[in-house]
Design a protein around this ligand. Structure first.
Ligand code: HEC
Ligand code: HEC
Length: 290
């Protein structure tokens, strides 16, 4: 074990600069430029390349006969919703929900689903119109969220979807998730990145939020109608997503099930450590000869 405790003869300054260079090189390697076929996240004018949701990406309605989620509604709630809306949302979405071109989409006819989803997951109010809405602690409590839902859904729109994992089938859910979601969210829903967007892991979304996300397609996510993903498929997908939170890691170390690339990086770390040990051992032998 002398090789571990032996003091290196390389001056500390040189060792430090070598470490900095290696760290920089590894970061450059990780942040390699996008390969051909991928677009750069910003356009030449410096603005975000992401176009706002065209008005056509309105939320998909649940099919007739499918279960829907009801939210409380009353004149009092709508009045509170109006006040909250004017104070926190109107600057971007317009005083009459008409939207502001280049800033934020119209909220007319979005219905309760997207409002519940964006407020429950703390995505709205957004700080910057151009930034991706991300999950945050919700700004409003449940009563205020209900007020905003009541006010905004008075302007029309489909009823909110819902899902019941108890009615789903795990194997079918796995199949449907692989088909429709895994390409972006990774096979056990640990998330990742696509061109121009961060794809969240699905460890925090509750069944209601998952159903709403599937039907509305937040940000760059596509939306799915009841023909593409019917109620049974939706229930099953939700069941599968809940299951991924405690998967069985047969065959060894799961490393949080983050997928082949991060797992490859872990292999690199182990490999690098082994190389350093080997280098140290070789260095020792040279010392003995001289
Ligand atoms: C094209 C890539 C893509 C596909 C396919 C996709 N998603 Fe998404 N998903 C996203 C992105 C991007 C977001 C983040 C949206 C945002 O920032 O508001 C997201 C967000 C979500 C969220 C919100 C998570 C949270 O914690 O707030 C849920 C739930 C979700 N997706 C479920 C699904 C399900 C279920 C499917 C399959 C039926 C699916 N997604 C298919 C890209 C995708
Ligand atoms: C800084 C500007 C800004 C503020 C403030 C803001 N929003 Fe948004 N909102 C946006 C943008 C931009 C989008 C489009 C996000 C995207 O690309 O999907 C959006 C999308 C939405 C959507 C989804 C609409 C759809 O396409 O179905 C809802 C619902 C929403 N906002 C509700 C609210 C509510 C409620 C508030 C107030 C509590 C609020 N927003 C405050 C900018 C804002």
């Amino acid at each position: 074990m002398r090789w571990l405790t032996r003091r290196s003869r390389v001056p500390p300054v040189l060792r430090l600069s070598l470490a900095v260079i290696l760290a920089a090189a590894s970061i450059v390697g990780l942040a390699a430029p996008p390969s051909q076929g991928q677009t750069s996240p910003t356009n030449p004018n410096g603005g975000a390349a992401h176009e706002f949701n065209p008005p056509t990406k309105s939320p998909e309605a649940p099919a007739p006969g499918d279960p829907t989620k009801s939210f409380p509604d009353s004149p009092g709630l709508r009045a509170l919703g109006y006040t909250l809306y004017q104070g926190t949302c109107a600057s971007c979405h317009g005083i009459a929900l008409q939207g502001t071109p280049g800033v934020a989409p119209s909220l007319r006819r979005v219905g309760p689903g997207p409002v519940d989803f964006y407020l429950s997951t703390g995505r709205m109010p957004l700080d910057q119109p151009k930034s991706q809405p991300l999950r945050n602690p919700p700004l409003f409590n449940r009563a205020k969220i209900y007020a905003l839902i009541a006010y905004i859904s008075a302007f029309g729109g489909p009823r909110a979807p819902t899902a019941d994992p108890a009615k789903g089938d795990l194997t079918y859910g796995f199949h449907q998730f692989t088909l429709n979601c895994a390409g972006c969210h990774q096979i056990v829903a640990r998330g990742g990145i696509t061109v121009n967007a961060q794809v969240p892991d699905l460890e925090q979304a509750n069944p209601q939020e998952i159903a709403e996300a599937v039907r509305m397609g937040p940000y760059l996510m596509p939306h799915f109608d009841a023909k593409q993903i019917n109620q049974h498929a939706l229930d099953s997908i939700v069941r599968y997503v809940l299951w991924t939170r405690s998967p069985i890691n047969a065959g060894g170390w799961g490393i949080y099930n983050i997928g082949p690339i991060p797992e490859g990086i872990v292999a690199w770390f182990i490999g690098l450590a082994a190389l350093v040990i080997v280098a140290r051992l070789i260095g020792e032998r040279m010392d003995e000869r001289t």
